[in-house]
Design a protein around this ligand. Structure first.
Ligand SMILES: Nc1ncnc2c1ncn2[C@@H]1O[C@H](COP(=O)(O)OP(=O)(O)OP(=O)(O)O)[C@@H](O)[C@H]1O
Length: 200
């Protein structure tokens, strides 16, 4: 069992680029020093897993940025809220387990959505958390396939972190330029070096 040395917590609206930046960070950390020392933790993964098995749906399709996922997003959110109301850490603990977090010193949480998520990590890992807010203009998000959906884009899962502004890092991906992304990744790699994780 490895305790994480650093936990990157990415948040942002739908199609802001959270997953894109998380994957970039993972490949930079992992490609140079195999075996990989980082894992991506998707907090929505166990929710999708359990929702799919309870409702007879295809879990792998729910994981992709597909029409299938969009069709089920609204009901899945409602179901998740009910479970989370009983236990706010329910999906987080399962997500860490699903991503084999105990085997990796670097955790990349790609989809933090709620203040209760932030609170969980800050309470349990007070010295390891690095928060990253990812944003993009509505136009850029529309170009990536986003369409405002009532019950989704105005729900807690999208808006609960809107008032939080004390992020350790932030990035605007609207223009999708390489230089902006590389600058952020460089800063995050430095964070890893600062806690003794070997990256170049
Ligand atoms: N910085 C960027 N440069 C180029 N393309 C980007 C960038 N960020 C995101 N994209 C593209 O935008 C699309 C959506 O990005 P991504 O899946 O990372 O968003 P997300 O915030 O994880 O969305 P969701 O919450 O809906 O899962 C992807 O096709 C991705 O390749």
């Amino acid at each position: 069992m490895t305790q994480p040395k650093i936990i990157f917590l990415f948040s942002g609206k739908r199609k802001s680029g959270k997953d894109f930046i998380s994957e970039k960070l993972l490949s930079r950390i992992s490609s140079r020093f195999p075996p990989p020392c980082a894992t991506i933790i998707r907090l929505s993964a166990p929710l999708k897993h359990e929702y799919a098995s309870q409702h007879g749906l295809d879990y792998t399709e729910l994981l992709t940025a597909s029409q299938y996922k969009e069709q089920h997003r609204h009901d899945m959110i409602k179901w998740g809220e009910q479970v989370r109301a009983r236990d706010p850490s329910y999906f987080i603990i399962r997500a860490v387990h699903l991503a084999k977090g105990e085997s990796f010193p670097v955790w990349i949480v790609s989809d933090m959505r709620r203040r209760s998520d932030l609170q969980y990590f800050r309470t349990n890992y007070p010295n390891e958390c690095v928060t990253v807010r990812v944003s993009a203009s509505p136009d850029a998000r529309v170009n990536r396939g986003w369409k405002f959906t009532k019950g989704v884009d105005d729900a807690a899962s999208e808006c609960d972190l809107d008032d939080v502004c004390a992020w350790d890092h932030d990035i605007d991906t609207s223009h999708g330029d390489e230089a902006t992304t590389s600058a952020l990744i460089g800063q995050l790699l430095q964070r890893c070096r600062d806690v003794g994780v070997v990256v170049t």
